[in-house]
Ligand binder design. Structure first.
Ligand SMILES: Cc1cc2nc3c(=O)[nH]c(=O)nc-3n(C[C@H](O)[C@H](O)[C@H](O)COP(=O)(O)OP(=O)(O)OC[C@H]3O[C@@H](n4cnc5c(N)ncnc54)[C@H](O)[C@@H]3O)c2cc1C
Length: 479
């Protein structure tokens, strides 16, 4: 099978790249499970956009401030300056953001934004609406239930991928490959991510010596209901706090004010750490309270959260809900330039959550990631089209490494616990070293390839966390 372009991943980044590549190109999208099992589908709050020309420098300033001095400023300028253009493009293609009765676009506010500039759809179902829209408009064929287990590279030129599809390993060749495979959620015990998101491709990059960057920068969401049984925990969107939900302890005390004068509107790393610290010190249960909301408005504005919580036995907005922080977003990833080029491999691109352009620095501003997916996917698509790529004539021997072995499942579970215990919100040298040793031990054969890729990605996160001895943004070192 020989294609012009392969796109690995069918979330916002993969699908918007696909939408910007004409059907005259022979393109194949590959995704791991069912097409909707991706983080994009679960996004709630919305898509950030500069509201007008005057808001661009303000949005840039908010993004840089959240990024705690580690943002690539050029990337942030591109993000904000292109935001209005991609939003206009989506609207012109027929996507319906929520509007007021008089037709005005409705904007909301989330933590650390100094203005209302977040567009949403279906109330709190922005991701689902956007994903459905992009899938419906995708002009190219898609291979679902296919896991990429290797990148085929010959003399510094990408030649395609190896996939596991219907129990068989297949090589699919292409001149250019865009990786849009998302973050690393399944490496952590508690997370908000789709179950298909497990950092496989980042692991392949480690194996091939393709640089990853800022891997210590992993973002945790402060308001997650972790009482449900499924692996993916129920996120309670930042927009809830933006519009008045309060964090309180079991006695109703709003302790966040003791940590930061912005209270509920402080950046999410500060809120996550405050929750972690307060719980450790007091052992008290922490809640999200919605009592200031008008019930009718709440159900209309947050229909999905409302429905999900009702199914879990809560009468919202009357009942408060117990919360905990959980892993949410991978800031670090495959190092790319602003056109998505991956260093050292011709024809290879990475976009979306899997990539690191430096746009989020040490902390991502809420709702900047769907925007990042749109902006940088389009730039990568333009670069792919302007470069053509070259055809490989090489032969790639079949990789005989076993994919799964007995005992992998238990090790996968152990990894998730180690990452949560030692590599989450508060990190210590001792804990990180222990995590590193445990991961090294698990990496010793015999293990299956899919577990090995997770472990390699996890080890990269731990090594990066060990290397950064100071606290910055989401990376907090207690010792
Ligand atoms: C619950 C939740 C709420 C969020 N809310 C917001 C929000 O309101 N606003 C915002 O801006 N951001 C939000 N985010 C973050 C945002 O949704 C993600 O960062 C963004 O959707 C990532 O898009 P992506 O296309 O890079 O990856 P994803 O949408 O995660 O897609 C990744 C794709 O890669 C595929 N894949 C993975 N591994 C492989 C493999 N080995 N082989 C083949 N395919 C593979 C998957 O199947 C999937 O199709 C939220 C995230 C979560 C989890």
């Amino acid at each position: 099978m020989q294609y012009d372009i392969l796109i690995v991943g069918a979330g916002v980044a993969g699908l918007y790249a696909a939408l910007n590549i004409p059907p005259s190109k022979k393109v194949l999208l590959i995704n791991k499970t069912r097409p909707w099992e991706c983080n994009t589908y679960y996004a709630q709050g919305g898509v950030t956009t500069a509201r007008d020309e005057a808001d661009i420098p303000v949005h840039i300033a908010d993004t840089l401030e959240a990024g705690a001095g580690m943002c690539n400023e050029e990337a942030v300028h591109v993000l904000s300056e292109t935001s209005r253009e991609v939003v206009r493009d989506l609207i012109e293609r027929g996507f319906a953001f929520d509007r007021a009765e008089d037709g005005r676009l409705l904007y909301t506010k989330e933590a650390a934004h100094s203005a209302d500039r977040i567009l949403h759809a279906g109330g709190d179902a922005t991701g689902r609406y956007l994903h459905h829209f992009l899938l419906r408009n995708n002009p190219h064929p898609m291979l679902a239930n296919a896991t990429v287990i290797d990148l085929l590279i010959e003399e510094g030129q990408v030649c395609g991928v190896e996939v596991l599809h219907k129990g068989e390993r297949k090589q699919i060749l292409a001149r250019q490959v865009i990786i849009a495979s998302g973050g690393v959620g399944s490496l952590y015990r508690f997370h908000t991510n789709a179950y298909s998101i497990s950092g496989d491709i980042q692991g392949i990059c480690v194996e091939k010596g393709i640089p990853l960057e800022h891997m210590e920068m992993m973002q945790f969401h402060p308001t997650v209901y972790i009482g449900n049984q499924s692996v993916r925990k129920q996120l309670l969107s930042e927009a809830l706090r933006g519009e008045g939900a309060r964090i309180e302890d079991e006695d109703g005390y709003r302790f966040l004010q003791d940590y930061d004068p912005r209270g509920e509107l402080a950046p999410r790393d500060i809120v996550s750490r405050a929750l972690f610290d307060y719980r450790k010190k007091t052992k008290k249960q922490i809640y999200l309270s919605f009592e200031d909301f008008d019930p009718e408005y709440f159900h209309r504005r947050f229909p999905n959260i409302s429905e999900n919580l009702r199914n879990m036995g809560y009468a919202i907005p009357k009942d408060r809900v117990p919360i905990s922080p959980a892993f949410h977003y991978a800031i670090g990833g495959i190092k790319t330039d602003l056109e998505g080029h991956v260093e050292g491999v011709k024809g290879l691109f990475a976009v979306g959550e899997v990539a690191s352009t430096g746009v989020h620095g040490a902390n991502r501003l809420a709702s900047n990631s769907l925007l990042e997916g749109l902006v940088f996917a389009r730039r990568a698509a333009d670069a792919v089209l302007s470069e053509e790529g070259s055809r490989c004539l090489g032969y790639f021997p079949v990789n005989r490494e076993p994919l799964f072995l007995e005992g992998d499942k238990e090790k996968k579970e152990r990894l998730r616990r180690i990452m949560w215990k030692h590599v989450s919100i508060v990190r210590t040298t001792e804990g990180l070293k222990e995590a590193c040793e445990e991961i090294e031990a698990m990496l010793r054969p015999p293990i299956g390839r899919l577990l090995k890729l997770r472990l390699l990605t996890a080890r990269e996160i731990v090594r990066a966390a060990l290397a950064r001895t100071e606290s910055v943004g989401v990376h907090f070192r207690e010792s």
